[in-house]
Design a protein around this ligand. Structure first.
Ligand SMILES: [Zn+2]
Length: 189
């Protein structure tokens, strides 16, 4: 009888410790990005995101909503990314779409984070913008159509373009973190 009891306790202990372990792994995976982001935020899903303005308002922080959905402009010199030279990738803060690499970022002196080239052709959408009595080209996220900023033709080589982007809509990840996550993923497979 005692033997059976000991066995039961052992089985139960094993079960409990396994359970705890799997929860921990799950939490670890979520903390990097997804946990605090909107439900549509994904760095791997390239499917287009279409949502009503009302739904966006519910899931985005108010400053991101103002820029992304109401085509707002943050005050110049206020973004932490304006003077920022870490190596990594900039993603859309609303949906996680990869937008720019840090090696295409440059100091434009205009007050907003500036890049000379997007990460890929499909990462950005171009829209003529004639508001405020100016002829400009608006740039939006290619996945969720969040307003990012504008593109001008006074940038440096090789493109000669200046993507003037609101820092609020950018989500940065250091290159090392990306590499680490990639390795962790490989280990899991
Ligand atoms: Zn987006």
């Amino acid at each position: 009888m005692q033997k059976v009891w000991i066995l039961l306790v052992f089985v139960q202990l094993t079960f409990v410790s396994c359970g705890a372990q799997s929860t921990q792994t799950k939490e670890k995976k979520n903390t990097m990005s997804e946990a605090k982001k909107s439900p549509v935020y994904s760095r791997t899903d390239s499917g287009k995101v279409t949502m009503s303005e009302e739904e966006w308002k519910k899931i985005l922080p108010s400053d991101v909503y103002y820029i992304a959905r109401q085509k707002g402009t943050e005050r110049p010199w206020t973004s932490k990314f304006e003077k920022f030279d870490e190596v990594g990738t900039y993603y859309c803060a609303a949906c996680g779409n990869a937008l720019f690499k840090s090696d295409t970022k440059f100091e434009s002196g205009c007050g907003w984070p500036s890049f000379y080239e997007p990460i890929s052709k499909s990462s950005i959408i171009y829209i003529p913008d004639n508001s405020l009595g100016m002829t400009r080209t608006e740039v939006e996220c290619g996945r969720c159509k969040a307003h990012l900023g504008h593109v001008f033709d006074d940038g440096p080589p090789p493109t000669g373009l200046r993507y003037c982007i609101n820092g609020v809509i950018l989500d940065f990840e250091k290159a090392k973190a990306t590499e680490k996550k990639y390795n962790e993923k490989k280990k899991d497979e």
